[in-house]
Write a protein that binds this ligand. Structure first.
Ligand SMILES: O=C(CO)[C@H](O)[C@H](O)COP(=O)(O)O
Ligand SMILES: [Co+2]
Length: 222
């Protein structure tokens, strides 16, 4: 399995999104991470379905939608209609997590579940088989540009061990504070899908940054 980079649009130049998407896609990147924030589950607001549907015709990349939303079932069909490819909900935000995953899958979407730093992986014991992706948050969700929580490397390792033991196929995604100093540790721990926001999008440097990250992940053989 290859390791993929999924740049987080939260850190892009919001006044220039079409160009930002082109820059990312021209680097050969196939996945774009889109953060949805509701101001309730997390103390911030970001991207809704209308923005996703406006971006959809501008890119062929997979849209990886990270829903930081309380009771996300209310909005899943809107993101499906907007053009999402993978929808990730937070375990902490779902009263009936199994049902939320079923709802995502009923639309033929890839389904992911995210865990906040304080949430143990055990909450997923009975749903691993349903999942295409498990997102280990390496910051507390809500903002880009935060410091990576190094203690999460142990949690990534535990998840990777669990995945091997159960022969599961889900991707192990990490999100938060990934940069040139932290990427090697998350890869060593077992991450296979790496979200990068503020260390990827920088004025006139995005292409160079992404090429550096791609070189790092392409040198790893799993
Ligand atoms: O989900 C998120 C925040 O809750 C973002 O995807 C994440 O923070 C990416 O930004 P950075 O790489 O700058 O930490
Ligand atoms: Co995110």
């Amino acid at each position: 399995m290859d390791i993929i980079i999924s740049p987080s649009l939260l850190a892009a130049d919001m006044g220039n999104l079409e160009q930002e998407l082109k820059t990312v896609e021209l680097c050969g990147i196939d996945s774009l991470h889109i953060d949805v924030m509701d101001g309730t589950f997390v103390p911030n607001i970001a991207f809704g379905p209308d923005q996703v549907s406006m971006l959809r015709p501008l890119s062929n990349m997979q849209f990886d939608v990270h829903m930081m939303v309380q009771n996300p079932d209310r909005f899943i069909s809107s993101f499906v209609d907007a053009g999402a490819d993978c929808i990730t909900v937070h375990a902490e935000a779902c009263t009936h997590l199994h049902r939320s995953i079923q709802v995502i899958k009923s639309f033929g979407m890839k389904a992911g579940v995210a865990l906040n730093p304080a949430t143990p992986i055990g909450v997923l014991s009975h749903v691993y088989e349903m999942l295409d992706l498990v997102l280990i948050m390496t910051v507390n969700p809500g903002y880009g540009g935060q410091k990576n929580i190094a203690a999460m490397n142990q949690k990534i390792k535990e998840l990777a061990d669990m995945k091997r033991a159960g022969d599961y196929s889900f991707a192990i995604q990490v999100d938060g504070g990934i940069n040139l100093s932290t990427i090697h540790d998350v890869i060593d721990a077992g991450a296979t899908n790496i979200v990068i926001g503020s260390a990827a999008f920088q004025k006139n440097k995005t292409k160079q940054n992404l090429e550096t990250f791609l070189k790092i992940v392409n040198e790893v053989t799993l």
